[in-house]
Design a protein around this ligand. Structure first.
Ligand SMILES: [Zn+2]
Length: 344
């Protein structure tokens, strides 16, 4: 009897070997999906500022080596045991919401977004900076045919985050909604706000993005280096919502007084230093600050459908995924126009 040696299929991954280390492109065996999981042949993955949490090992309990990436678009390549509602060849995505347990108190109430044991793609398990990844079915998002992989990828985190934060904000059509930060999230937030019927004020640093934000759907552009942006918002009547996308606690604090009565500062840009707002500022006008993170795969499918219906699309710079380090540095520089996307 002869024994044949079957070489395991290999793939390339861009991994972070340990907290704070540089990216490494290495070969690994193509993983097999376990029960309730699928394997995805990755075709595109967005580079998000929150990938810092993986790269620098900021997330509590994160283990290394780790492959970042939570804006993953691709095709189902293999099904694990017990997977019946998804098929091989189907186009799918995986965003920030990497899975929920279905059994904790929040899940039993249907609040899967806040599952006590939620998994974060690219943090709890390896994400999309690789040629193949494995994901649990409860994290999968169906991608419509009209969106390309590279277009869909940024909508799976930057898109859902800004779309859902605005949709759940309680702002009505015609209300003044400000979008702070003209970057990966902000350039989508402006479009979603415009297509939702809000009066949109875009707030950026410097004059260079003014014309572009108007094209994206902003009615007003406020250059926060030239004027006091909070006062500028008050001159427009005060914002019902300020969607704060740039991860700057100082800028968010300075903007708070741009809110009108019952106004809400919705924080989606993850910074780690404290914001400064006094109790008196909150009490005056019954104003609030709320944080927001992404949404469930069902919310993400709403986002993709809304984008399909209204023409909202990310503006992207694409990089071959072996150049993950270059794309990541470009993202950190703040100069990307506006989302770096790795393609496989
Ligand atoms: Zn749960």
């Amino acid at each position: 009897m002869t024994t044949a040696t079957v070489a395991a299929a290999v793939m390339k991954v861009a991994q972070v070997p340990r907290a704070g280390a540089d990216f490494q492109v290495v070969e690994r065996e193509v993983p097999e999906p376990g029960a309730g999981h699928v394997r995805i042949r990755v075709r595109a993955c967005g580079v998000c500022h929150s990938d810092v949490l993986t790269k620098e090992g900021v997330w509590p309990g994160i283990e290394f080596p780790r492959v970042p990436g939570h804006e993953v678009a691709g095709v189902i390549d293999e099904l694990g045991a017990g997977v019946s509602q998804w098929i091989k060849g189907q186009r799918v995505g995986v965003g920030w919401h990497g899975g929920h347990d279905g059994t904790c108190r929040e899940c039993r109430r249907g609040d899967f977004r806040n599952c006590r044991n939620r998994q974060i793609t690219g943090i709890s398990y390896d994400g999309g900076y690789q040629q193949y990844m494995v994901a649990p079915v409860e994290a999968l998002v169906a991608i419509p045919e009209s969106l390309t992989d590279a277009e869909a990828a940024p909508l799976l985190d930057a898109g859902i985050t800004t779309f859902a934060a605005l949709r759940e904000s309680g702002a009505s059509p015609g209300d003044l909604v400000a979008v702070q930060g003209i970057g990966g999230l902000g350039h989508l937030g402006i479009q979603f706000a415009n297509k939702s019927g809000y009066r949109v004020a875009a707030i950026g640093r410097g004059s260079e993005n003014g014309a572009l934000t108007k094209k994206l759907g902003a009615n007003v552009y406020i250059d926060s280096t030239a004027v006091n942006a909070a006062e500028a918002l008050q001159e427009l009547g005060g914002a019902r919502v300020i969607l704060a996308t740039a991860p700057s606690s100082k800028a968010m604090s300075q903007l708070f007084d741009g809110l009108g009565p019952n106004g809400q500062l919705i924080v989606v840009g993850a910074a780690f230093d404290p914001m400064e707002v006094t109790p008196a500022q909150l009490i005056n006008g019954s104003r609030t600050i709320q944080g927001w993170a992404a949404g469930t795969p069902a919310d993400t499918e709403d986002t993709l459908r809304f984008a399909e219906l209204t023409g909202v699309r990310p503006m992207i710079e694409t990089y071959p995924f072996e150049k993950a380090a270059e794309a990541y540095a470009r993202m950190l520089s703040g100069k990307a126009q506006f989302r770096c996307v790795l393609t496989m």
